[in-house]
Design a protein around this ligand. Sequence first.
Ligand code: URA
Length: 288
Amino acid sequence: MSTEPRNIRDVVRFLRQRGELGLDEIFLERLTREQVLRAANEARAQASGEASGEAGGEASGEARRGAQAERRGVPARAPDHGTARADASQPDDVEISAAQVDIAGLEYSELASVADCCQRCRLAEGRTRVVFSDGNPQARLIVVGEAPGANEDRTGLPFVGQAGKFLDLLLASVDLSRKDSVYICNVLKCRPPGNRDPMADEIELCSPFLKRQIALVAPEVILAVGTFAAQLLTGTNRPLGKLRGSVYTYEDVPLVVTYHPAALLRNAGWTRSTWDDFQLLRQVMDGS
Ligand code: URA
């Protein structure tokens, strides 16, 4: 790249092209962090100026939802986030540092790209892939899990192991699928070593990504699976068994909580409660 990019989308396109060409690990070799951040800030200022100048249209329902999502830069399908892999060996002055980016102001593709390069916490050192999301970014439902496991770390997709298959079955039982009607992500985007529990500082450093994901996808309902997602999104530290069975709100969005499918696989006794939780989820989605 011989010229300074006009905005962050050029950077994202550049990273994606490198990935498609099979070039990986080294990127932004002619851009300093300051140049990248300046370009991102300019793009954000430009985008928010454009958004505030727009008049409300006449579209309704699905069309309005699609148009609103488009304005937030939310793609109709989940993009492949695997092209801009993080590389812990990059020199300091060429990485896009998530620590210094205003995550709350990013558009969807920018958010995914910044997450892909994130070095905010210790988990960056051990990860193979950042696990950003799967499913439909324009879905009515977001499912929030805990953190990637080994399969997720290898593939870059959330919930692809045994627990993921079980989650898909539970969703199917109330007529939902990750292909069409669900967007799936986790509290942590990187795998904790040995699948240990997330640590408080990891959650704190990573949660701005989740917060922004939820704001951009703008779901009608959120399902938190497992203790860590449930406690983070309800803002309490009550045990899951006490939290489940009620409808909460997160940033004004109805929130249902249930057991993590991996825990369910170990405790068959929770199956009935989980079934009830999914019925509750369906009722909330149906507005009944
Ligand atoms: N468990 C989770 O919470 N998330 C995943 O992506 C996989 C397993």
